[in-house]
Design a protein around this ligand. Structure first.
Ligand code: CU
Length: 278
């Protein structure tokens, strides 16, 4: 590699890191007005949960803080990732509620909304959560720890870094259909998604033209993560019924990336959509 190319790569990494920091900084601010009705609220959710549709913008919130042991990872290598949730006294939190059949959900996505991963780390005796993670591309990643503690659902987030020149991708244009990593055809019907109003997101899944009935995954027909372009705000989404359908409130205009996961024939499929809201 020439010196010029190295410099260009280095500048690219800097741009990613500083870009991420600027975005995180810009994201701090008052939350938009909340919708008044929560008709699809499930019995396990509190009013308080549903009133916070935007999460995952802060490393510390509601008295809890996310501590990542080593946020620098080597590209393309399986590495141990360790993190803790600590309380206001700095004590490691050990008791977590089971939510969607797990006590901790770990979501990873690069700042350009590629490289999505959904992992379930294991809790060690000292309360630390660990998992093996492999990030194949350089850049700045967002790590979301999604959990419930003392009946309060929380999503705390921090950044991971993979050194090297990041080949950042533009967000794909919105399209009603997408193909999962295992070759399933998925159609999204989002109706009219408007800012501040609850939207029904319904997915229809087929394989070779034949309708697919998904198996339960994390206690529902599927699992959906919605992230806002620009600040990677993590939206509160919940499954609506036994089908692959979710209620989501997009807080603002803009573009969102929806990551749907479902299970069929024992395998978890992942498929992503771009949702425009205006
Ligand atoms: Cu999970």
């Amino acid at each position: 590699m020439s010196a010029a190319a190295k410099l260009a790569g280095f500048a690219g990494v800097l741009a990613v890191l500083f870009g991420g920091g600027a975005l995180a900084g810009a994201a701090i601010g008052p939350e938009p007005d909340q919708p008044e009705e929560h008709s699809e609220m499930t019995s396990t959710e509190t009013e308080h949960d549903a009133a916070r549709p935007v999460r995952g913008l802060a490393v510390a919130e509601h008295g809890l803080r996310l501590v990542v042991a080593d946020p620098e990872l080597q590209r393309g290598r399986a590495e141990r990732l360790a993190f803790r949730v600590v309380d206001e006294r700095g004590e490691t939190v050990r008791d977590f509620d089971v939510e969607h059949t797990k006590r901790m959900h770990l979501i990873l996505a690069r700042r350009d909304l590629t490289g999505f991963q959904h992992l379930h780390p294991e809790q060690q005796a000292d309360g630390t959560w660990t998992t093996t993670v492999r990030l194949d591309e350089a850049g700045s990643y967002r790590l979301f720890a999604d959990f419930s503690h003392e009946d309060e659902a929380q999503t705390l987030a921090s950044d991971l870094r993979v050194d090297g020149a990041a080949d950042l991708q533009p967000l794909p244009a919105p399209a009603p259909t997408a193909v999962s990593d295992g070759g399933y055809d998925v159609r999204l019907d989002a109706g009219r998604a408007r800012p501040g109003a609850e939207a029904d997101l319904r997915f229809t899944i087929t394989k070779n033209g034949v309708p697919v009935h998904t198996e339960p995954y994390l206690g529902a027909g599927g699992h959906l993560v919605a992230l806002r372009e620009g600040d990677l705000a993590f939206l509160h989404v919940h499954p609506m019924d036994d089908s692959v359908a979710f209620a989501a409130t997009f807080p603002t205009e803009g573009r969102y990336r929806l990551f749907l996961q479902f299970q069929h024939e024992g395998r978890v499929q992942t498929v992503a959509f771009t949702q425009e809201v205006r």
